[in-house]
Design a protein around this ligand. Structure first.
Ligand SMILES: Cc1ncc(COP(=O)(O)O)c(C=O)c1O
Length: 379
């Protein structure tokens, strides 16, 4: 049975903090609880995908024995993690540059190679420095090509098709770069419907890839893709672990999560400045919105289903007589709607949007109206 991570006391701690809104509040304890629960559910090591919560104060406080590495996708992210003690550092981006390669070599990171050209780039810049055995990133298209029963995955630009993978293996050999394993990430929110198909595809491909490499591979990274609140989705993790057990014992299978680790470990807070009624419709005008938490505005969703925040310090709901209040942010965009509630809202109320710990802070409109960034609290 999936262990549901118990909520810590951090939500209560927020009540005590004098928040300067708009703000994000993160809990390191909650991050650790999520990682430990994921490791128990999957039975594999778990790597943290830094892009989901690019905050050194959060990530550097995760105890070393709790996690199994961190994956970064840019020079900026790598720089933020300078000095971090983590067992493994992975660099994973199709947009590899000279400066990123140099920095990654200096940081003794493992490259997750996205195309054969990456290998030439690494070889050109390595000088006398050793290159750790690399991972080859495979395209998620391989899942649909290999498994006709797999759900249709959204095509993306990441990784290599099988011919490119074979080419990369040959190039690596010619450049004297060792291959540690392969990486296949089906895409965000895919675990529930595609997880076992990804495993099946990798089981199918492994012997062929090993034959081309000419020796056994060591590691298979099955990416991220678990949803926020993953533990409440009713997934059969025992069945998934049984699928993973089909890999030869010598293979180390790992996962690399962002959303599943961080979503529940952070919230976004805004203060109601005014409430007003326009032609019968109630609005709560807040001091932050899409400028600091773009994803709440759901501008990219066809169907917008807005979140209902809780009101800080309110133990019991105060219904608003069935009337809906539209919660809006501080920009002049009519799309700056970040929530809806049927609760009574007053000027000065602080609204807490839960499950905003992953991607929300960085997936933002940058400085629209010079409104500035949110404060950040790490508890
Ligand atoms: C290479 C890679 N690994 C892991 C992740 C994390 O994905 P998720 O947040 O779905 O766990 C991402 C997200 O984009 C990614 O690009």
């Amino acid at each position: 049975m999936t262990q549901v991570p118990a909520r810590g006391h951090w939500a209560a701690d927020i009540e005590a903090a004098a928040l300067e809104t708009p703000a994000y509040v993160y809990s390191v304890d909650e991050v650790c609880r999520q990682i430990r629960a994921l490791k128990a559910a999957l039975g594999t090591p778990v790597i943290v995908s830094f892009k989901a919560c690019p905050n050194q104060d959060v990530v550097s406080r995760i105890p070393v024995d709790c996690w199994d590495g961190v994956e970064v996708a840019s020079r900026g992210e790598l720089h933020m993690l300078a000095g971090l003690r983590s067992r493994h550092l992975y660099v994973n981006t199709p947009a590899l540059t000279d400066t990123l390669v140099r920095a990654a070599l200096g940081a003794k990171a493992t490259f997750i190679v996205d195309s054969p050209q990456h290998l030439h780039l690494i070889a050109r810049l390595r000088g006398k420095r050793p290159v750790l055995p690399v991972m080859l990133r495979l395209s998620n298209r391989l899942v649909n090509q290999h498994d006709s029963s797999a759900p249709t995955l959204r095509n993306d630009q990441f990784g290599m098709d099988i011919d490119q993978a074979y080419e990369a293996i040959d190039v690596a050999r010619s450049l004297d770069i060792d291959i540690r394993g392969v990486h296949l990430f089906a895409g965000p929110h895919t675990f529930g419907r595609a997880g076992r198909h990804v495993v099946g595809t990798m089981l199918d491909l492994l012997p062929r890839l090993e034959q081309r490499v000419g020796k056994h591979l060591h590691t298979i990274n099955l990416g991220g893709g678990l949803e926020e609140n993953w533990y409440a989705k009713g997934y059969d993790f025992a069945a998934y672990r049984a699928e993973l057990a089909r890999f030869p014992h010598r293979i180390e299978v790992i996962h690399e999560f962002g959303r599943a680790i961080f979503a529940a470990a952070g919230c976004f807070a805004v203060r109601v400045l005014f409430s007003k009624i326009v032609d019968g419709q109630k609005y709560a005008i807040c001091d932050g919105g899409m400028s600091q938490a773009f994803l709440l505005a759901q501008t990219e969703n066809i169907l917008r289903k807005y979140r209902a925040p809780r009101v800080l310090g309110r133990n019991r709901a105060q219904p608003n007589g069935g009337e809906k209040t539209v919660i809006v942010g501080s920009t002049c965009s009519r799309d700056d709607v970040i929530g809806e509630t049927h609760e009574e809202l007053n000027a000065g109320d602080i609204l807490i949007f839960e499950n905003c710990g992953a991607y929300f802070r960085s997936y933002s409109m940058n400085n629209f109206l010079q409104l500035g960034g949110p404060s950040v609290y790490v508890m």
